[in-house]
Ligand binder design. Structure first.
Ligand code: SAM
Ligand code: SF4
Length: 461
């Protein structure tokens, strides 16, 4: 048996792609190893959303070079950097064996065989950005023992946000036909999963035969499924129909990740986001009226070319006004072939130290607001879906509230149960408490040995 190790960078899409790679490798009799130094095959599934992500992958690649030298491991790069760099990556990294794009995961066995048997260096980065694209079908058995899973509903992006490399690395939008999505969800429910997160770069522009709102409603009706989540959404596609789905279906979890990017209309226009702050706030108010208490999170970029101090203050004000439960904020990073990178000198480069100082101020404000939310839960009884053992303390359990707040608690309910937890303490990032009641038992018998709870993957790492 040969061993493989996959190092995943970036967003949920990549995490999901790595799972599909694992499935393909297990059919070739490869088994996973947690130690890269014992691997016969190492794959880096990469992210190119910001320069830092690319730098991290290059330094990891340097470390894995030693494994290749010591045991002749095969080394491959997949994901967005692979798509962006294509054969240039093989020239840049002479010890690399293969490069494959996100649309070529199904070809992985063939690529590895070519490397092993023909000693070829292989590049597979063709886009399949049409309805001919076959979405890798998840094998539900791989998810047995888990409680929550991602389900891909679309790939690519048809928007042209001026800062973003995704349309170049993931291609045009293709939606997955809704019956296929529902079959995958039903298969997951059959092995005991209670929650699914429908994923795509811009899920609410879904066109897989029914609207995205309808897809959520149909997913929520799959027997065994108790919570439905999704990520990520573009504000201009936040339809009234989607808001209505939140009103009528309580299984659609009360959490909406709605990336605003910044609080200035002028910058939004330069970003080509095609909504104004006011339009964003109007839709948000409708959403909050439809589902009172819904947790709203966002993404923000600071230091976009030309952003003035006043415009940054608008982002601070918006953060304060919306009172986001949480946000992923980043300094602007110029990306190859993007509109903003081509024009940033004309628009005005923001010095790195200014960008970093703005980011620190924004993150400090967000920590305060997040802390207010978690503190407001102390003394309350909340519903928690149990995902397994706590990562911080093996004697405790870990789960999430419907709003996606993480909870570590004293209790004994197995993964897949729903319990009431009395919240006793809070930090800005998590709640702590003790189980006071069991609301629902798991739908299938728990595994004899509990799977480790995976690290929570943020909207964008
Ligand atoms: N599709 C989502 C949307 O429209 O908001 C965003 C997906 S993108 C993969 C995740 C986040 O990365 C974006 O919301 C943005 O905040 C951030 N991001 C994208 N390009 C960036 C760049 N060049 N510099 C800094 N942050 C960036
Ligand atoms: Fe990138 Fe999201 Fe804009 Fe698409 S909608 S280009 S993924 S930021």
């Amino acid at each position: 048996m040969k061993r493989y190790f996959i190092h995943t960078f970036g967003c949920q899409m990549n995490v999901n792609d790595s799972l599909r790679m694992s499935e393909a490798l297990s059919k070739m009799s490869y088994v996973p190893t947690p130690e890269p130094e014992n691997a016969d095959l190492i794959i880096l599934n990469t992210c190119s959303i910001r320069e830092k992500a690319e730098d991290k992958m290059l330094s990891a690649l340097g470390r894995y070079r030693a494994v290749k030298a010591s045991r002749g491991a095969i080394l491959g790069v997949g994901g967005c950097v692979a798509q962006q760099e294509k054969d240039k990556l093989l020239k840049k990294v002479p010890y690399l064996d293969f490069v494959f794009g996100p649309d070529n995961i199904a070809k992985l066995p063939e690529v590895i065989t070519r490397v092993q048997e023909a000693r070829e260096r292989v590049v597979e980065t063709a886009f399949v950005d049409s309805e001919e694209y076959v979405f890798p079908r998840a094998d539900a058995e791989t998810s047995r023992g888990k409680v929550t899973e991602f389900v891909t509903v679309m790939k690519g992006c048809d928007n042209v946000c001026s800062f973003c490399v995704v349309p170049h690395t993931r291609g045009r939008e293709v939606s997955r036909a809704f019956p296929e999505v529902l079959v995958e969800v039903a298969d997951l429910a059959r092995v005991g999963l209670r929650e699914v997160t429908l994923i795509g770069q811009n899920v609410n522009s879904y066109l897989g035969g029914i609207s995205f709102a309808q897809l959520l409603l149909r997913t929520a009706e799959v027997p065994g499924i108790e919570r439905v989540r999704f990520t990520t959404s573009h504000p201009h596609d936040l339809s009234d129909e989607l808001i209505e789905a939140f009103r009528i279906q309580p299984k659609i979890a009360p959490h909406f990740h709605l990336p605003v990017q910044c609080g200035s209309d002028r910058i939004l226009k330069m970003m080509r986001r095609d909504y104004t702050v006011e339009q964003y706030l109007v839709q948000l108010a409708k959403l909050r009226a439809a589902r009172p208490g819904i947790a709203v999170t966002t993404d923000i970029i600071v230091g976009f070319p030309g952003e003035t101090e006043e415009e940054f203050e608008m982002t601070m004000k918006l953060t304060e006004l919306v009172k986001y439960e949480n946000q992923f904020s980043f300094v602007y990073s110029p990306r190859p072939k993007t509109g903003a990178a081509l024009r940033e000198k004309d628009w005005g480069l923001i010095p790195h130290e200014v960008k970093v100082a703005r980011l620190e101020r924004l993150q400090k404000l967000q920590r305060r607001i997040s802390g207010e939310y978690t503190q407001s839960q102390v003394g309350l009884d909340v519903e928690v879906m149990v995902e397994g053992r706590s990562r911080y303390d093996a004697t405790k359990r870990f789960g999430r509230t419907p709003e996606n707040r993480t909870v570590n608690f004293e209790g004994d309910a197995p993964a897949g149960s729903f319990v009431t937890v009395h919240i006793e303490r809070a930090t800005p990032n998590q709640l702590q408490g003790r189980q006071v009641a069991v609301l629902k038992e798991p739908t299938v018998a728990p595994l004899p040995v509990e799977l480790p709870v995976p690290l929570h993957v943020p909207a964008e790492a």
